[in-house]
Design a protein around this ligand. Structure first.
Ligand code: SAM
Length: 462
């Protein structure tokens, strides 16, 4: 795979195994100064097994997380619009020869119905997800219409404020059309950066070409989409190799475009109907190693957002938000039309099964209990704080102020409009606790915005 030097990764990991506790301490010191780590340093942290040193990594990661992002956790819902697929990914229920899956491509009216369901619960951010259609031209037309439909759908005064997308690689022209339609982040996971494994688990369809997938992120940047999301599907190959390779991919993007990805996703393989590899995971990642991955990524690229999905269990998700995760999905369904189908996950149409089945309000309540601010903020994108502009604020830790104010504004809107009395109570209490910790200027801004929300204004942000 271009940009990924497997030999170098293996050499780095072999050398890292000899690193001692003093060196680990020095690396953590550098992290606490919010400096990005080198591949050598990340490799050293990834090979730590000693419980005491691991604890130090976790403590440092949660400190850095708080410094850069503060207490807010951004919430979103995935919206699966089609499970029709030309690929043969061995781990995925959507693979083309899977007879156990009912195929479905939502009409625009059905998409609107799904969005309305999400709006009624208080969602403001959607990740559009689609399997790969046979014709990429038709796919682009469909995505563009779907995006427009999502933005157009209303429930009273409520509408979706940011649509991100996870779809198969497109040409530069295709990406330009997505950008013109108003997408926020373009998200694409390499799945595995290990070439042999990649070729083995993607035997058929356009996805079988690893370089086309890797270079899609470059094409998205070239098309002017400057918020991109990358990721690894953990479980396909050795997690240490994958994490270093992902960081190598980031180095390439930083070198070529002056900026890395906006977000990193860390999905772990979940059981999927008719996809045998998902039931016999080749390189299972334990919960402890998974925590280490999240913490090491947080320390390696302190200013890059990190996304966790409902593939993970509630208790683990609640821990990982402290270790570095900045965005989580909530109340997800991975089947097209899944939100309105008896309110449950339809396994015959779903991509994989989910571990966190809590509804949005339950997830919000759990975040509030931990003193975290659930946020529906979409301000950066709309204020053109994307790509390098965002990173220039994030790197010195300045984005946090804006995040906190915007998170509190969106939390108040949510509480006023959607929350039960119990959640209202804990939400308003958290707002009262956090307000005095803001700068006097931000407190004033918040006071003015809260007054206008009380007057009925919505969708306020700085
Ligand atoms: N067609 C798009 C593409 O080419 O990437 C979207 C793919 S899929 C709908 C979104 C992501 O789900 C994949 O990139 C993969 O990482 C993840 N995924 C697939 N099967 C999975 C499973 N069994 N467990 C967990 N995640 C899975």
């Amino acid at each position: 795979m271009r940009y990924i030097n497997e030999r170098k990764i293996e050499d780095l990991l072999a050398a890292a195994a000899k690193v001692d506790g003093a060196k680990i301490e020095a690396i953590l010191e550098k992290s606490r100064a919010l400096k990005r780590l080198t591949l050598e340093e990340s490799a050293a942290l990834l090979t730590v097994e000693e419980p005491r040193d691991l604890e130090k990594i976790f403590t440092a990661a949660s400190w850095v997380k708080d410094k850069i992002y503060g207490k807010r956790i951004v919430l979103f819902a995935p919206l699966y619009i089609s499970n029709l697929c030309v690929n043969g990914c061995l781990y995925c229920a959507f693979k083309r020869d899977n007879p156990l899956i009912q195929r479905k491509t939502l009409t625009l009216a059905e998409i609107s119905e799904q969005v309305e369901w999400l709006l009624k619960r208080g969602h403001k951010r959607i990740l559009l997800v689609a399997a790969e259609l046979a014709s990429s031209c038709q796919a682009i037309d469909y995505y563009v219409e779907a995006i427009k439909t999502i933005y157009r759908t209303r429930f009273g005064p409520h509408y979706i404020r940011r649509v991100n997308i996870n779809c198969a690689p497109l040409s530069v022209e295709g990406f330009k059309r997505l950008k013109a339609a108003g997408i926020g982040t373009y998200q694409l996971f390499q799945e595995t950066y290990h070439e042999k494994t990649y070729r083995d688990v993607h035997p058929a369809g356009p996805k079988s070409d690893p370089d086309n997938r890797l270079e899609a992120i470059d094409r998205a940047f070239s098309a002017g989409i400057d918020d991109v999301g990358i990721g690894v599907l953990y479980g396909l190959y050795d997690y240490k190799f994958e994490t270093l390779a992902l960081l190598m991919h980031i180095e390439h993007l930083e070198e070529r475009f002056g900026v890395g990805p906006h977000t990193i996703s860390v999905p772990r393989i979940e059981p999927a109907l008719g996809a045998e590899l998902s039931q016999n995971i080749p390189y299972p990642v334990s919960d402890l190693d998974f925590k280490k991955i999240v913490a090491v990524l947080r320390l390696s690229v302190p200013y890059t957002g990190m996304i966790l999905s409902t593939r993970e269990r509630p208790a683990l998700r609640d821990e990982l938000v402290n270790l570095g995760i900045s965005q989580i999905s909530a109340e997800s369904r991975t089947s097209p039309g899944g939100y309105t189908e008896n309110n449950s996950q339809n396994l015959e149409e779903a991509q994989f099964s989910l571990s966190d089945q809590r509804n949005l309000e339950e997830i919000i309540a759990a975040l509030l209990d931990k003193g975290l601010i659930p946020s529906f903020c979409a301000a950066c994108y709309r204020k053109e704080r994307t790509g390098e502009t965002f990173m220039n604020l994030a790197k010195p830790g300045l984005i946090k102020e804006k995040c906190s104010v915007n998170a509190l504004i969106t939390l108040k809107e949510y509480l006023d409009d959607f929350a039960s009395s119990k959640v209202k109570e804990s939400g308003y209490r958290l707002i009262d606790e956090i307000r005095p910790t803001l700068s006097p200027q931000d407190q004033q801004i918040l006071k003015n915005y809260f007054a206008s929300i009380d007057q009925g204004a919505r969708d306020k942000y700085i």
